[in-house]
Structures are given as structure tokens and as C-alpha cells.
Unconditional design. Structure first.
Length: 277
């Protein structure tokens, strides 16, 4: 009798154990559908921003805007063939990254990131990116520490095997969004998106007439998006990822109110009353 009871209990434990494993398996998030440009619906989903670089220029003899050149990954920037030296070593981002003795010692930090692509056969494809970023040079342009960008919707006919919005004759233009304190509009900006792998997209944005402390500049910007799910997330343009970054700063920066957390504290949550730039 005792043996029979033990066998019954053992059988029950085995059933529960199998059921537990089955539940765990069912709760696993399925991998995202591979990107297929010939099937635009596969582009829809939530993405991570895994790379950012920008190279602003004002076109002057001594280009102050070029001081804002930065990247989150010097090696990747070099692989992509962007951010090369222009007039001097000072403008070579790879050299800047090496300055403190390590390849990635002087790169920009991504504090928070989010990207979403929506697609509808009738209304087209829309990209939204949200990026909170920090690099010491940004004390000169604090508004750029937060960037929300919405790209003009691309018609389904402008999505081909070669990429998104890549045919110059039919390409749409324009991005809108906001920065740390105000909305922004750049209707003359051009952009294109190409596929890097089954999960990665490469966005090349030529941001035209960007407002800065040195006036309007052109700011070629490069972003890599990595697909993480087939379900687009809701993007809230009017919120930061965090106001506590954990990034240390010098006493001089703190006294001048230019530490990262001090700058992010100036975020305007509702910029509707602030004119677009």
C-alpha cells in the first residue's frame, strides 16, 4: 500500500513538473520576424537604438559646429566609413576616442533609447526614435541631450528591395520632433533607410537647418536600429527615460550648473507653448 501511494505521489510530481516547464516555454517571447524589405509589414515593430553618430557643419572657414561631432561607437563609425577627418586631427572622431588612451574612452553615452516603426499599406511607414544621450561637449548644446524624432511617413511604393526612401526622385522629406526644451521642425531634411541584417536597419538622416548656438547648421546623422519585437510600442515624446544618470562630473561643471542631471532637470515636459525651431 505504501509503495502504491509513493508511486502515485511521484507520478503527480512528474505531471506538475512537466506542466511547469510547459508554462515557462509558453511565456517565452517569440523572436521577431526577420526583416524583409519586399514584405514591408515585417518592418513593423519595436527596435533598440544601438548606434548613433552625428557630424554637424556650418560650412565656415573655422567650423565651430564640427565640435559637436560625436558617436556612441568609434569602431562601428569607422566600419561605416563616417566621421573621418575633414581638415585636421581635431575633427577625426576616431582620434578623439583614442585621446585618453583607450579606443572608446571619449564616446557619447546612451542614457536611454527607443525606436518604433509602424506600417500600414494605405498610410505607409513611419519611424519614431527617442534618444537621451550625453557627452561632455553637450554642455555647449544642452538641448541636444534629448532628441525625439518623427520621420515623414514613407508611402508603400517607396519601399523596395534596395531600401526605404532611397529613390531620390520619389523620396519624401522632413522630420519633426522635439529636444530638451522645445519642439523642432526640419521639413527640408532628407533620409533613407537600408537593411544591414535580418534584424538591423541603418538610418541616414541629413538634418537640414538644425538650430544651434552657432546658428543653423547641417547635421548628417546616422542611426542603427535593431528589431526586438513585432509589436510597436507607444512612444511618449514628452518624458525623459531618467533624470538620474549616475554620470559623474567635475566640481567646475557642478558649480556652473552643467552636470548631466542638472541639465536634464531643465527638461520641459510640455513644450506646446514653446515655438518650434
Amino acid at each position: 500500500m505504501k509503495k502504491s501511494l509513493l508511486l502515485i505521489l511521484a507520478s503527480l510530481f512528474a505531471v506538475f513538473a512537466l506542466a511547469g516547464c510547459s508554462d515557462d516555454d509558453n511565456n517565452e517571447t517569440p523572436p521577431p520576424t526577420p526583416i524583409d524589405l519586399e514584405k514591408p509589414e515585417t518592418l513593423k515593430g519595436a527596435y533598440n537604438v544601438t548606434f548613433f553618430a552625428t557630424k554637424p557643419t556650418s560650412g565656415g572657414t573655422f567650423d565651430m559646429a564640427a565640435m559637436g561631432t560625436m558617436t556612441t561607437d568609434c569602431v562601428k563609425a569607422d566600419e561605416l566609413g563616417i566621421l573621418k577627418a575633414v581638415d585636421s586631427e581635431r575633427l577625426d572622431v576616431k582620434t578623439e576616442c583614442k585621446r585618453n588612451g583607450a579606443l572608446n574612452s571619449d564616446i557619447a553615452n546612451i542614457v536611454g533609447q527607443q525606436a518604433v516603426i509602424t506600417y500600414n499599406e494605405n498610410t505607409g511607414l513611419t519611424i519614431e526614435t527617442k534618444l537621451q544621450i550625453w557627452k561632455d561637449i553637450m554642455v555647449m548644446s544642452p538641448n541636444d541631450t534629448y532628441q525625439y524624432t518623427k520621420y515623414t511617413s514613407v508611402p508603400a511604393t517607396n519601399i523596395t528591395a534596395e531600401g526605404i526612401n532611397v529613390v531620390e526622385e520619389t523620396a519624401v522629406k522632413g522630420v519633426s520632433g522635439r529636444h530638451l526644451t522645445a519642439k523642432s521642425e526640419n521639413p527640408s531634411s532628407t533620409f533613407k533607410v537600408t537593411k544591414m541584417s535580418d534584424s538591423e536597419l541603418y538610418v541616414e538622416l541629413n538634418l537640414v537647418d538644425k538650430e544651434t548656438m552657432v546658428g543653423k547648421v547641417q547635421a548628417p546623422t546616422y542611426v542603427i536600429l535593431n528589431k526586438k519585437s513585432d509589436t510597436p510600442e507607444t512612444v511618449d515624446p514628452n518624458s525623459l527615460f531618467t533624470t538620474k544618470t549616475g554620470i559623474t562630473c567635475s566640481e567646475e561643471q557642478a558649480e556652473a550648473d552643467k552636470c548631466p542631471d542638472q541639465i536634464y532637470a531643465k527638461f520641459i515636459q510640455d513644450p506646446d507653448d514653446v515655438p518650434a525651431e
